[in-house]
Design a protein around this ligand. Structure first.
Ligand code: ATP
Ligand code: HSE
Length: 305
């Protein structure tokens, strides 16, 4: 067992659902939070936070990253050691880009390394899914790529979803938050058979569209009946930004995770035009967005001792 006294963990942002894949598909993006853990001589936890929206993150024991750190030690039946945690944020909070998943994955991976790596990656994944409540952000945050997660009698089956190199994810991040809790509260507890069939078919088409890069399949696939119809009204300017993205050549636009970030899928030839169009459309609605074209992170959480 290798024992280290400090470790840094970098975790990517994620975009979940991709339209019809509610709660089961997500992709890691090239935007990262960084977490440093060091053994400390003062009891409990000391937390510093720098970077984007740093002032909004709690620095006491209720901090989600620290809760995940504690969870791993509880799972081992051990008392967590005193720790100094330094957080450097680049993933915006409560915007549908998996900020909570970065904290959960970062805390579990950091604790596992300080504890001498007693857990495997798939054991960490099970703990992360249990903490987050659904797999679509934490799985790609931990292992990278685009991933589909399906529950089985043994736990979770995780499968790699090939992502064609010409498909570019564009994220339009508004200057307002929408908590996942609030965006889940508006969802119905039951859906019709017609809506369930619609999503089953469109998720299948999405998987093939992502793999082949076929624009006609992606255009048809990026539709949903399970969550978006109930959430669109929570996102001011949704229709205008969608129209602008499609007019600029995007294959489609969906809500990233629980929102309010909007995700367009486009090709390399149109990505700059789509970025400009989404940005302009939201500004016209009085909203200041940050719009960026990103790539798929293929590595997931990485650590440096
Ligand atoms: N680095 C962090 N350290 C501590 N807590 C964090 C960190 N990042 C996020 N959180 C907590 O997670 C909350 C946001 O979680 P929430 O699930 O609402 O949104 P999200 O994860 O950004 O979006 P989505 O799940 O839709 O992708 C923050 O308000 C904060 O309490
Ligand atoms: N699948 C989740 C992602 C956000 O955590 C949702 O849409 O509520």
């Amino acid at each position: 067992m290798t024992v280290v006294s400090s470790v840094s963990v970098t975790v990517p942002a994620t975009t979940a659902n991709l339209g019809p894949g509610f709660d089961c598909i997500g992709a890691a993006l090239t935007l990262y939070n960084e977490f440093k853990f060091a053994n400390h001589n003062q009891a409990g936890v000391t937390i510093t936070v720098t970077g984007l929206e740093a002032e909004q993150v709690k620095t006491d024991e209720s901090n989600l990253l620290y809760q995940a750190f504690v969870k791993l030690y509880q799972h081992l039946g051990q008392t967590p050691p005193p720790v100094q945690i330094d957080i450097k944020l680049a993933v915006p909070l409560a915007r549908g880009l998996g900020s909570s998943a970065t904290a959960i994955v970062g805390g579990l991976v950091g604790a596992n390394l300080l504890a001498g790596e007693p857990l495997t990656q798939s054991e960490i994944m099970e703990l992360a899914i249990a903490m987050e409540g659904h797999p679509d952000n934490v799985v790609p945050a931990l292992i990278g790529g685009c991933r589909l997660a399906a529950s089985s009698d043994e736990g979770w089956e995780i499968c790699d979803v090939p992502w064609h190199e010409d498909i570019v994810p564009v994220v339009a991040i508004p200057n307002f938050e929408l908590s996942t809790q609030e965006a889940r509260r508006v969802l119905p507890t039951q859906v019709s058979r017609a809506d369930a069939i619609f999503n089953t078919a469109h998720l299948g088409l999405l998987l093939r569209g992502l793999e082949t890069g076929r624009k006609d399949w992606l255009r048809a696939a990026l539709q949903d009946k399970l969550h978006q119809p109930y959430r669109e009204s929570l996102i001011q300017g949704y229709e205008a930004v969608k129209e602008a993205a499609l007019a600029a050549g995007a294959c489609g636009m969906v809500i990233s995770g629980a929102g309010p970030t909007l995700l367009a899928l486009t090709d390399t030839a149109h990505s700059e035009t789509v970025v400009a169009a989404m940005s302009f459309a939201w500004q016209q609605q009085g909203i200041s967005p940050v719009v960026r074209s990103l790539a798929i992170d293929t590595q997931g959480a990485r650590s440096f001792c």
